[in-house]
Design a protein around this ligand. Structure first.
Ligand SMILES: O=C(O)CCC(=O)C(=O)O
Length: 274
């Protein structure tokens, strides 16, 4: 499996536009084999009673959702910590981030568009004036307008409040087009929706790895959803990213030095009794 670092041009595009495409991170064969594993994961999840469609999330069951990917197959644990993914995440969020969620959405022919949203808007309130979240989107099939490519509004990464969404937003949507094996990086400020799949027989399969600054509560409580075996198997670094350790949010951005160090001149006065 390749591990291409994002180029300076990719990172500059991401910073300016809120998204970028990294080509051929997986080979066609790897993308196809991951897709087979995704369908097997869907079957496993269904067999254990997990729904693959929620009526509040997608207009119909032709959007096949697979949740808790990390539990379902080791390939997904590899992808969530893939050097290309983590490199892009760290370039935007810094070293200190959490893995918030990892899910799949297979848009099958006849699927419809979900709500229009930015990924930050679903985890913390406005103003969304900084980038605190990032989606790494693994394309397991070719992705184009007709088969339901994710649709986004160019420039929406500059909207910081819901009132900035123009009334004609649906007219401004463009598809993120990519090939099987590519990665799309979309930061949490970009407003988007799933496209309608209007083909007769072409699936569109995407994996969404969602990462946030570590002070933002994760969408998934991994301690509750991953089995003990999986929790024990992952690396110390991955444990930290998943928030599996007993301590989770102390000192990330704080200054925990004693007051005597933060204000030494006052400490001296205190010591002198004045
Ligand atoms: O499937 C897509 O194209 C978009 C999915 C999405 O934005 C989401 O699930 O939050």
């Amino acid at each position: 499996m390749g591990s291409a670092a994002s180029s300076p041009e990719t990172l500059a595009h991401l910073q300016e536009h809120g998204w970028a495409r990294i080509p051929s991170v997986l080979s066609k064969e790897e993308a196809a084999s991951t897709l087979s594993k995704l369908w097997a994961a869907r079957d496993k999840a269904a067999a254990s009673g997990e729904p693959s469609h929620y009526t509040w999330l997608d207009p119909n069951a032709n959007n096949v959702r697979v949740f808790n990917l990390l539990q379902l197959d080791p390939i997904f644990r590899t992808l969530i910590g893939h050097p290309t993914a983590v490199g892009a995440v760290q370039a935007v969020l810094g070293k200190d981030f959490s893995i918030s969620n990892f899910t799949a959405n297979i848009a099958r022919p006849g699927s419809g568009s979900m709500c229009f949203h930015s990924d930050q808007s679903v985890v913390f309130p406005e103003p969304w004036d900084r980038v605190w979240a990032l989606n790494i989107i693994w394309c397991l099939t070719d992705v184009y307008a007709d088969n339901g490519a994710t649709r986004f509004v160019p420039g929406s990464n500059r909207w910081t409040r819901r009132e900035h969404i123009p009334g004609n937003a649906p007219e401004l949507l463009l598809p993120f087009e990519a090939s099987a094996g590519d990665v799309l990086v979309m930061d949490g400020t970009v407003w988007h929706t799933s496209g309608r799949n209007v083909t007769k027989d072409q699936d569109r399969a995407l994996l969404f790895g969602y990462y946030t600054k570590s002070f933002i509560r994760q969408q998934i409580n991994w301690t509750a959803t991953l089995s003990k075996d999986v929790q024990d198997e992952v690396s110390p670094e991955m444990r930290e990213w998943l928030g599996l350790n007993p301590v989770s949010n102390i000192g990330a951005v704080g200054d925990l030095r004693f007051m005597s160090e933060q204000f030494p001149e006052y400490a001296e006065k205190d010591a002198a009794g004045s």
